[in-house]
Ligand binder design. Structure first.
Ligand code: ZN
Length: 277
């Protein structure tokens, strides 16, 4: 079966290919990730996710279809709910910016597959820029040269964030950039490796703040290759779990693990906080 935008997230394709979201899901909790692939667990869809998808659909040119498929976007009187009116204002803000618009002017939703550490991966690029567009951007915006100078193209991924503040990381015991907290560096490494031409990876960010903020960010090739090494280490294990060759580990903290937990004894309450570490 050929991978298309229609079947990109279908159970068959989620089983056949690892994507960046799936990889990140495995990093968080192997048991939940596997249950999701098998259709035994559906991650709750949040308004925040749907606002991001609304903006994606607009730039993809599929907003009418998206609206038809999501009656929950509308109030009873047929008007858009406040969250999606705001999504529209974020879109307007993005489109009013020349550099942002150029970044989003590439080929839309480009699907590719490739192999990383023996594991089949799939990617879907929001906006794939060609060399000419990159040159045009650099000539109009000299400060884009660090990201786009001397390249044959660029991979642009659009993000709608609540804001661009640093995020607390339990793992690192400190606040880290939202880019790391949400694993966009992992996504960039997967996209760059699968795309295959070592193109720069650029995030085109808009925020849901009252006055939406914008940013165009790149992740250095050094940071991307460090992340790729992590992916190469972990991906074969996740693939073996998908294929049923090794059992998944449970994190015992996530919604899925709480839902499927069985009590096995009675513990001293003082052990509870240790247990939660
Ligand atoms: Zn879990």
């Amino acid at each position: 079966m050929v991978l298309t935008s229609e079947n990109y997230f279908s159970p068959e394709m989620q089983m056949a290919y690892m994507g960046s979201s799936q990889f990140k899901a495995f990093q968080k909790c192997e048991a939940a990730a596997l249950a999701e692939i098998r259709g035994e667990y559906v991650r709750p869809s949040t308004t925040a996710l749907l606002v991001g998808s609304y903006v994606d659909a607009h730039f993809e040119g599929t907003l009418p279809l998206f609206k038809a498929q999501h009656p929950e976007l509308f109030k009873r009187d047929g008007g858009l709910k406040a969250d999606y009116i705001q999504a529209q204002s974020i879109i307007d803000r993005m489109e009013s910016d020349r550099l942002y618009s150029l970044l989003m002017s590439g080929k839309k939703q480009v699907i590719k597959t490739g192999i990383i550490a023996g594991v089949p991966f799939k990617i879907k690029i929001d906006s794939l820029l060609d060399a000419d567009t990159c040159q045009q951007i650099v000539s109009e915006f000299p400060q884009a040269a660090a990201a786009l100078g001397f390249c044959d193209g660029a991979i642009v991924d659009q993000k709608v964030m609540s804001d661009m503040q640093d995020v607390w990381s339990d793992e690192d015991h400190r606040r880290v950039s939202f880019v790391e907290a949400w694993g966009y560096d992992i996504q960039g490494a997967i996209y760059q490796a699968v795309e295959g031409n070592m193109l720069p990876f650029v995030l085109a960010v808009g925020t849901k703040e009252d006055s939406p903020d914008l940013a165009a960010l790149f992740i250095s090739d050094a940071d991307l290759s460090a992340k790729l090494a992590e992916i190469e280490d972990a991906a074969p294990r996740y693939q073996a779990i998908k294929e049923g060759r090794i059992p998944p580990r449970r994190c015992e903290h996530c919604a899925y693990c709480r839902m499927t937990k069985h009590l096995s004894g009675i513990i001293n309450y003082k052990e509870l906080s240790e247990d939660a570490e």
